[in-house]
Design a protein around this ligand. Structure first.
Ligand SMILES: Cc1ncc(COP(=O)(O)O)c(C=O)c1O
Length: 419
């Protein structure tokens, strides 16, 4: 299978796409109508090989919270690793200890005691789930919230979506557009507890349904799940792979939703682009896994750990979470103005600096991505391909300024007027 993406006048970009088509499988890419060919990136700007500048409304995929090529971050990364090897399998390093201590300290609640590193979000999810399953080998049942995205691999894939090939996975409802009364969700939980008494090991959920199209639940929802888990001694696993490190306006989304999970899974923004993820939480769960049961080649390597520390440094020195809080209402105002102006914008959902912009239909949603990319002459705005077919994800680096947001909306308004 080949991609048909080509853009008029992009001599260099089209040549790269053509080369990749020959040697890399299409399955490697997530469909994005623009598929921009990047030359370099700095701060909130991405420059294409054909000389266009795009304001990044994606942060990679919610990864580069500090923006691209952040000088302070890069410098600190180098300082932390100095002469260390890139891989320290079967070795230990001080930087790993420091990174783990800082992650645990940053969560700052009693259940955050120990962690397992991973090299991707789905691996972190898998390790969290293994920990809960190993803690209670007599409990095979896993409860997950319907419509979630936890990754494509292994157990993370099993608890993703609406149905599972794994017969031990049972889904419960997550509040989406029509939020039902509390009693509805409670009844689902109670029915499961009755049917699978003492056989449920874990409940896994996301703070908000990201990939499903940005559905952010009422504050009582996660508290209800946590209460139920505590009552039945079920491990409450919170998937913050996407939401961690400031996205929702707090350092962690569990703070935004007022819960203290048994295990929190961190990814994406944890290393600001370096492959770092972690499952963090109760020591009795983490310690249910013995030598080798959660080890692999890349997890917790020195550079990933250095990136974790450097990310914390910059979050502190530049008060990144405070900037996110300051920019959140400005971003929301801009998005609501788009809704007023364009009849094809149907809904805006989100918090902090993570929003979903629901467009009337998939064709128009793709067109929105493309027109913003084509931009005005030399400048455009970069969006991910639509989620759930017609929801645009807006998730710029958390260091974005008011001026950059205004510039981006200026471009979007002009370019979407062509639709
Ligand atoms: C909430 C959530 N969980 C898990 C994952 C999987 O992470 P990865 O792609 O790093 O395996 C993602 C990735 O988008 C995610 O958004």
């Amino acid at each position: 299978m080949k991609s048909s993406i080509k853009h008029q006048g992009e001599i260099r970009g089209n040549a790269i796409r053509k080369r990749l088509d020959k040697v890399v499988g299409l399955g490697q890419r997530t469909y994005t109508p623009s598929e921009l060919a990047v030359d370099r990136a700095k701060g909130c700007n991405i420059y294409t090989v054909d000389g266009k500048r795009l304001i990044d409304f994606t942060s990679g995929v919610l990864v580069a919270n500090l923006g691209h090529a952040h000088a302070g971050f890069e410098k600190r990364c180098k300082q932390y690793t100095a002469a260390l090897p890139r891989n320290a399998y079967n070795m230990v390093t001080a930087i790993e200890a420091e990174a783990a201590e800082r992650v645990i300290k940053s969560l700052s609640y009693p259940r955050a005691q120990k962690l397992l590193w991973a090299a991707s979000g789905s691996e972190g999810i898998q390790k969290a789930m293994w920990a809960a399953l190993h803690r209670h080998p007599d409990r095979p049942i896993m409860v997950a919230t319907r419509g979630g995205f936890h990754g494509k691999k292994g157990l993370a894939g099993d608890v993703t979506g609406d149905k599972s090939v794994n017969r031990n996975v049972k889904f419960i409802s997550f509040p989406m557009k029509d939020v039902k009364p509390k009693a509805f969700y409670q009844a689902e939980l109670d029915e499961l507890a009755k049917k699978y008494a003492d056989r449920i090991a874990l409940l896994i959920t996301e703070p908000y349904l990201g990939a499903k199209g940005s559905f952010h639940p009422p504050k009582w929802y996660h508290k209800m799940l946590q209460r139920w888990c505590r009552k039945h001694d079920i491990a409450f696993i919170f998937d913050e792979v996407q939401a961690c490190h400031g996205r929702t306006g707090n350092m962690y989304a569990f703070e935004s939703y007022g819960v203290e999970p048994d295990l929190v899974v961190l990814g994406k923004g944890l290393g600001n682009g370096e492959p770092a993820a972690a499952a963090v939480g109760r020591a009795d769960l983490v310690d249910a896994l013995h030598y080798g049961e959660a080890s692999d080649t890349f997890s917790g390597n020195p550079r990933a750990c250095a990136a974790v520390c450097a990310t914390f440094d910059v979050f502190k020195s530049e008060r990144v979470v405070a900037n996110c809080q300051r920019m959140a209402p400005i971003m929301l105002e801009g998005l609501l103005a788009l809704k007023d102006r364009f009849s094809f914008v149907k809904d805006i959902r989100g918090e902090g600096l993570v929003y979903g912009v629901e467009i009337a239909d998939p064709g128009t949603a793709n067109r929105c991505v493309l027109e913003a990319y084509r931009g005005n002459g030399k400048a455009g705005v970069h969006f991910l391909g639509p989620l759930a077919e017609k929801v645009l994800r807006v998730s710029p680096p958390l260091i974005i300024t008011e001026k950059e947001v205004a510039n981006a909306f200026g471009i979007i308004e002009k370019t979407w007027a062509r639709i």
